[in-house]
Design a protein around this ligand. Structure first.
Ligand SMILES: NC(=O)c1ccc[n+]([C@@H]2O[C@H](COP(=O)([O-])OP(=O)(O)OC[C@H]3O[C@@H](n4cnc5c(N)ncnc54)[C@H](OP(=O)(O)O)[C@@H]3O)[C@@H](O)[C@H]2O)c1
Length: 300
């Protein structure tokens, strides 16, 4: 019996039938559909006062704390969430020199839905409406699998990268207590076969984010998806050498995020080179894209 998956000729045929239409649709969208939707016209907070960042104890989250502290004069309160109280305190002590701005720490595991809800509603009651909520905490399956069983590595990756994001955003959505939500996905979402388990979780966040953006427009809440390629954070340690070579600095990454959020950009994608590459891979038939990806990831 002919199996779609095993048959190279069918895959190539499918590619010739489907993808020209996708590409055409993409071009039409760029030229005709720009800023036409109500969710694209929502005004993102230009002078954010209160910001919540999960995964703030290192990497991109820590970079965001520093950037908003130093470059956003309106910003008064930054609330940092991650599991390790010690790491959060180190970040707090490093930056908290200005009396006008407060850094608050809330140690919590984003997978603990009850505790996240309690903390987020408590913050909302105490400080009022949140200007920007970053659902940034995430886990690299590849790194986690080095020291854990297959079962644990898979479950933790799905739990933190998907349920953790849901636990972060839903409590404040329910009380309409937030003006802008930034979900951190990844360019791995475009071509999940490059990093299948991690990529699947980030594809889910991309999809969830795009739907939230549409659904929450009626409440005037802006939702943005952040899709980084390699950024030189602790997460990249032990990653593919080519990713590390192409990695951009945390400073550069958070600067791009800051400006993209102010413009209410639907998806903030950087660095451009890896973004275009991953996007192109996603348009190729798997029988070509997979060997290209494994060639590039060779030696691992
Ligand atoms: N770096 C990259 O190249 C890259 C590329 C694409 C996408 N991303 C995405 O960007 C986000 C940040 O990545 P990063 O590179 O900054 O990673 P990182 O350096 O490994 O930092 C991850 C942060 O998340 C926190 N975290 C992990 N699990 C948590 C949990 N269960 N509950 C609460 N906090 C948790 C960690 O703190 P604790 O350990 O204290 O909990 C840490 O602060 C992630 O979503 C990642 O997938 C990164």
């Amino acid at each position: 019996m002919l199996s779609y998956d095993d048959n190279l000729r069918l895959k190539i045929l499918a590619w010739f039938i489907h993808y020209p239409f996708y590409i055409l649709w993409f071009i039409i969208k760029i030229f005709l559909n720009k800023k036409q939707n109500e969710w694209d016209n929502i005004q993102a907070p230009q002078f954010p006062r209160i910001i919540i960042i999960t995964g703030a104890s290192q990497g991109i989250g820590e970079g965001l704390v520093e950037y908003y502290l130093k470059n956003c004069s309106s910003c008064q309160i930054i609330i940092m969430i991650s599991r390790s109280k010690e790491k959060l305190e180190i970040v707090k002590n490093r930056f908290n020199s200005d009396d006008q701005k407060k850094l608050m720490i809330y140690p919590c595991d984003v997978t603990d839905s009850d505790e996240m809800k309690r903390i987020l509603l408590d913050i909302h009651r105490t400080y009022g409406q949140i200007d920007i909520l970053f659902a940034n905490a995430g886990l690299s399956y590849r790194q986690h699998a080095l020291t854990n069983t297959f079962d644990k590595a898979v479950r933790d990756t799905f739990n933190i990268n998907i349920n953790g994001v849901i636990n972060t955003v839903m409590p404040l959505i329910e009380v309409k207590g937030v003006k802008q939500i930034a979900l951190v996905s990844s360019q791995a979402a475009y071509a999940p076969f490059v990093s299948p388990i991690y990529g699947a979780t980030k594809q889910c966040i991309l999809s969830f984010g795009l739907d939230l953006r549409r659904l929450l427009a009626k409440d005037n809440i802006a939702v943005n998806i952040i899709s980084p390629g390699p950024v030189l954070t602790p997460m990249l340690v032990g990653s593919y050498p080519r990713s590390v070579e192409r990695g951009i600095s945390i400073d550069k990454a958070v600067q791009i995020i800051f400006h993209g959020l102010r413009r209410n950009q639907a998806e903030i994608v950087f660095p451009a080179f890896t973004g275009v590459f991953m996007y192109t891979l996603s348009f190729l038939p798997l029988c070509i894209a997979e060997p290209v990806a494994s060639y590039l990831m060779r030696g691992q």
